[in-house]
Design a protein around this ligand. Structure first.
Ligand code: SFD
Ligand code: AMP
Length: 626
């Protein structure tokens, strides 16, 4: 067996992940832990300064409610999220995050994040809920506060977490390995806060050849939250609710600023606005077809109908929007000034968060004030914090429950999963969409406070079974052994009958998800027969995962990333199959069940049983609280 030192770290609270939710958790946990004399450790596969979805920066804070200023109420936000998700949302969770998110944004500002202000000193809004920022260093600012709170001696960077350590049905920590040194890590804890983001590259990306790997979602978030919680035996929710963002084509630049701030239209290849010409289609999706704003998946759907009819490409009418905004100026001098301002805002929007889009514009001679730019629906991603909803099924806060909800939505500690001691935030927790960067940070804070309360109430030292740890070590390092044993058999180490390398394994996963589970190549369309075939192929892939081979530590990480993706894929396929309707047509379309049904206004949940290896699918009721 590969000769790796085992390093054991004992703590009280373990935070896995170092992104927005984990940084929020670190700040809050440090405060409550100090009060109770407890220890907190955080472990990230990368370096926190630039890890996770916000690595490159962002150009907006997408959740700010403005409760204190009376801009909006909690009910307004819950209504918005409920409508955008076609009725499928946990209102207690959404409201809990929404009532704390403004204070998180104020902290960001205090820590040095530049938020745009108008002449009166008020935040500049992109849309009703979104604030404009100079956000190229957003993650650095937020990570610095987390590091100061915890102290670097409690932060473990570049350690890939593979999965949970269980003691019966209780989680007592996590195992992983360093991606730089031959070290196997055992983290023992009294509670674990899962915040390892969502998943990309489960589906075949549009980008191929020289662009391969380019996606909207960051390639390093590979389904670890889903795998961790599933393998621990947590009940999961909304695993069918993937997210497909519309983005500037090929470099995935954001569209929010164009639609909301610049009030741009998108039109098809013959200049028609699909939001106008396709409006009658919205009747089929009532009541959600007629809410404002039109839900993200329905906006996608109207656009996809045009593309299917051969009316593409679709263009963001940047030249028209800039023209209109600058034409409102009082005179020619003012108009020119405004034009320059808009031009620089347009470029900054990309430079803050998707630099490659600015490079693509530059290399294809795009001047947004002169020429429209192509947009397209991306491939499916799992990101429960954005406009998707996949994640673990977690308890709501006690004070927001009604007599109807308290037995369904509450089991003691806010945002704790169904497995005691596991707390989930950001993309790791489900059915609470539209939290984005700020709401994920706020949810991390909520979770950390609850997790410390849980530890105070259950202050029991974890009991470790060393034989079990050794077995996990052998299983986790096995791809290195498999490669070392067989790689000399062939002249090209990439082609070998005894193992499959992680990249090929990932291609196989992506192909089957693309073709059978509604990826780009089928225009996000699938059916029972397709899903069943996909599940059969997924099972063969699962068998072959035992034969993954890794040449070095980097490839070992790639092996486990792809195993994580595979489990996310299975939860997804099973849940699409279970939900016998089409509810989010612009995210996926069940050709055999092409409409929305009242009896499916429920949560579709699932659980993998660690003791038997069996999956259970179950429905949970939806209650309106607000
Ligand atoms: O507009 C392991 N998001 C946006 N939010 C905004 O508020 N404004 C925007 O402008 C946003 N835009 C945007 C957004 C996301 C993406 C991908 C793009 C653009 C291109 C959404 C937010 O970014 C998102 O909601 C939050 O970041 C979610 O927070 P969290 O904590 O759930 O996930 P994370 O930040 O990605 O962090 C994940 C962490 O886990 C680590 N990790 N660590 C150890 N072991 C493993 N196995 C691990 N696997 C992952 C990661 O390293 C990371 O630290 S807009 O364009 O939509
Ligand atoms: P995006 O850049 O698409 O991620 O959008 C940023 C924010 O604007 C998110 O909160 C989106 O939900 C929202 N948004 C984007 N496009 C629209 C639109 N056409 N109508 C309403 N909200 C939008």
């Amino acid at each position: 067996m590969a000769n790796f030192e085992t390093v054991t770290v004992k703590t009280d609270l373990l935070i896995v992940g170092g992104g927005m939710a984990a940084c929020g958790a670190a700040v809050e946990a440090a405060y409550w832990a100090k009060k109770h004399g407890l220890k907190v450790a955080l472990v990230d596969k990368a370096a926190m300064d630039r890890s996770g979805a916000v690595a490159m920066g962002l150009s907006a804070i997408n959740q700010y409610v403005g409760l204190k200023d009376g801009e909006n109420t909690l009910t307004d936000y819950v209504n918005y999220v409920r409508n955008d998700l076609m009725g499928i949302t946990r209102e207690d969770l959404v409201a809990n995050i929404a009532r704390h998110v403004d204070s998180t944004v104020h902290l960001f500002e205090k820590w040095g994040l530049p938020i745009w202000k108008d002449a009166e000193g008020k935040y500049v809004h992109e849309g009703r809920w979104q604030l404009m920022i100079n956000g190229e260093s957003y993650k650095v600012v937020v990570a610095e506060a987390a590091k100061n709170a915890l102290g670097m001696e409690n932060i473990y960077e570049r350690i890939f977490i593979v999965g949970p350590i269980m003691d019966g049905d209780k989680c007592i920590g996590a195992v992983g390995f360093s991606v730089r040194e031959n070290k196997f890590y055992v983290f023992l804890a009294k509670a674990v806060l899962v915040a390892m983001g969502g998943a990309v590259h489960v589906f075949k990306p549009r980008s191929a050849g020289e662009g391969l790997g380019r996606a909207w979602y960051p390639p390093w978030n590979s389904g670890s939250s889903c795998y961790f919680t599933l393998k621990a035996g947590c009940e999961m929710t909304c695993q069918e609710v993937r997210f497909i963002p519309v983005r500037f084509k090929d470099a995935y630049g954001p569209v929010g600023a164009w639609f909301l701030l610049f009030k741009s239209r998108a039109t098809n290849g013959v200049g028609e606005d699909y939001m106008v010409t396709r409006k009658p289609e919205l009747d089929k999706w009532t009541p959600y077809g007629h809410v404002k704003p039109v839900p993200a998946n329905l906006r996608n759907w109207l656009m996809l109908l045009d593309v299917k009819d051969g009316k593409g490409p679709i263009f963001m009418r940047t030249e028209e929007a800039i023209g209109k905004l600058s034409a409102a100026a009082a005179d020619e001098k003012e108009r020119k000034k405004k034009l320059k301002e808009l031009e620089s805002e347009a470029w900054e929007d990309f430079l803050d968060m998707t630099i490659s889009q600015a490079l693509l514009w530059a290399s294809t001679n795009v001047a947004p004030e002169e020429r429209a730019s192509e947009i397209a629906a991306a491939e499916p991603y799992f990101i429960g914090s954005h406009s998707g909803a996949s994640g673990a099924w977690v308890s709501g806060p006690e004070d927001l429950q009604t007599s109807q909800t308290k037995n369904e939505y509450f089991w003691g500690y806010a945002h704790m999963a169904t497995v005691p001691g596991i707390f989930c935030a950001g993309d790791a927790s489900g059915a609470s969409s539209h939290k984005f960067s700020s709401g994920s940070h706020a949810e991390g804070r909520i979770c950390a406070k609850a997790a410390i309360a849980y530890i105070v109430d259950h202050n029991v030292e974890p009991k470790v079974d060393n034989a079990k740890i050794e077995a996990m070590k052998a299983e986790i390092l096995k791809p290195l052994d498999t490669f070392a044993e067989h790689s000399k058999l062939t002249s090209d180490a990439g082609i070998n009958p005894n193992y499959i390398r992680p990249k090929m394994f990932m291609f196989r996963l992506q192909k089957l998800m693309d073709e059978y589970a509604g990826g780009v190549s089928t225009a996000f369309t699938t059916s029972k027969a397709n899903l069943e075939k996909g599940l059969e192929l997924l099972n063969y892939l699962k068998e072959d995962s035992d034969k993954l081979g890794a040449e070095d530590l980097h490839e070992l990480m790639r092996c486990w990333e792809n195993i994580h993706r595979m489990w996310q894929a299975e939860a997804h396929v099973r849940t699409i199959l279970f939900r016998e309707e089409t509810r989010w047509p612009g995210y996926y379309f069940r050709a055999d069940l092409p409409s929305m049904k009242d009896e499916w206004k429920v949560f579709a949940n699932c659980r993998w049983n660690p003791a038997t290896g069996e999956w259970t699918m179950l429905k949970r009721p939806i209650y309106q609280i607000f």
